[in-house]
Design a protein around this ligand. Sequence first.
Ligand code: GAL
Length: 665
Amino acid sequence: MTTTWQPVPGLAFGGDYNPEQWPRETWDDDVRLMREAGVSIVTLGVFSWGLLEVADDAWDLGWLDEVIDLLHANGIAVDLATPTASPPIWLHHDHPEILPVNRSGLRYHQGGRLQWCPSSPVFRDYATRVATVLGRRYATHPAVRLWHVSNELGGGNRHCYCEVSSEHFRRWLEQRYGTVAALNDAWGTAFWGHRYASFDQVICPLDSETTQNPGLLLDFDRFSSDALLEHFLAEKTALREAGVTAPITTNLMVGVRPSVADYASWAPHLDVIANDHYTIAADPRRERDLGYAADRSRGLASGQPWLLMEHSPGAVNWQPRNRAKAPGELVRNSLAHIARGADGALFFQWRASLAGAEQWHSAMVPHAGTRTRIWREVCELGGILQRIGEVAGSVVAGAQAAILADDVSGWAWGHGQKPLNGFPLHSLARAWSEALTDRGVTSDVVPPEAPLSGYRLVVVPGLYLASDATAEAVAEAARGGATVLVTHLSGVVDEHSRVREGGYPGAFRDLVGAFAEEYLPLQADERVSLDTGWTATDWTESLVVTDAEVVGRYESGPLAGSPALTRREVGTGTAWYCSAGLEADSLDRLVATVLTDAGIAPDVPVAPGLEAVRRISDDHAWLFLLNHSTDPVTVDATGQDLVTATGATGHITLAAGGVAVVRER
Ligand code: GAL
């Protein structure tokens, strides 16, 4: 169970460090404070291209040498970035053709970040050159333990609609389909008579005023993800050819919403899965959003430890109302990621900027300096991470449930006109994750291609697009003894975004033994009841049961009397279908029902507001307990709490907002 990417012994702790924004004397203060807080690694150089390559091929690397040496002398490791997220002004000025073009065909202007076209050969040359220069210079520096390609690729340049991108897209399509006839068939271009006579006639889906072909839109999303991945790999190759042997990664943006790229296809190319996660201040259960993102990051890492590359110490600057975190939230957030498999917690950023676009973003050293609650909590966290450092390299204990999540499926739902436009289908997966967590059941959030054997419960929540292979894998899990739960709006279209014929949920229709003839989304303020005592909003459908037991029926609304919830025995397992958009309390009761059906008991203690996760190694188990509530809570635990260095014999009491990491006996 040991892994090899860890840049520092124990758990990594630190953040983005931008010394270029500060005078030289501040650097000494920085390293002194880093040592005080227990910082072990900083991410350096993410946005400093224009200060390293000050004009075309004119280099000023002396200051970076000095910072890296200073950090090294103070025992702080470096995660060195290629600075390609932020092209220098001179580059945009000399080569405006690298700027991305938006859907309306308008080229962006200099002054932002990630403002480059992923398909631009000109940009590729400049980007790989700066990667090569840095790689050659720092490959063997003992402080540089991890490499960080660019920053949140796709966060600002997910799609480019320029002519170079169109040409790249055509080549990509040719490779995917071979013949234009195959492309016409996949996209169903007989519709509106939009047949292509050759690949040359295809362009990026620039704004065409009306809605566009879903197959075209989906392939453009896939292409855009592949173009960004191609860019990542070009920089990674440049680093390797320059002599870099340390692990190379890039920071993903894995969350509840579909990601900016198809990260399941990126994961095999990263030496460590690294994620950035920011809580949303207005979300009353933001810890569950965090938990879902962390579980999904672990799913991309195939269950192995991953790295939290960024989160915020306090408020961000990009939400409508940027409220500071509550006391203790910083520590709980970091520990929640670690509980769910992260081998470190890094922040954006070290010292709060006084100027620039992110001057209102919180930092480990706030504008008010070290006489602050954030600083005290940063130091508290640093101490805790040292005391629990032994968990590094361990894994989250065997989850009994899997939740399938797929970016491509999310993209397909997001395109064009749908039965319930604007409905956040991805919220179903989070709702299931939240309900399972509340019931003390650990779940893995995994891509549909992940192996499903070993899970007693497999949840397919709003997986709008499902391939035949996914349908078969899910059916196989049921035949093999798992309880499978499929929700509405799953398996509806195939990989070309074409509706599967014969009734919804097409790909899972035979498995669940029922199909919907028609969809009846509810009006915004409408609510219907089921004869199970549950209520539903947003979604109902008229279900025809072919080979299943009806477990619940609609009791009110347009479908009163019709089946709503079904269960079918399949092999040694079962397949459930829930056609209704259940409200949270009702979903919780459905979760209880299927857990009983699957024979799953809680694997961690349960209490209101408690988050409990267990990590294990070959020799030890550690129970992470995080009390998100405003009341103290007492739970069963026996062992040694590493946070307070006190023993727990049978139970432990956590103060309101308190945390414990119990090495279990
Ligand atoms: C991240 C980004 C950082 C910083 C941060 C602010 O998405 O990688 O550079 O901008 O957001 O929340």
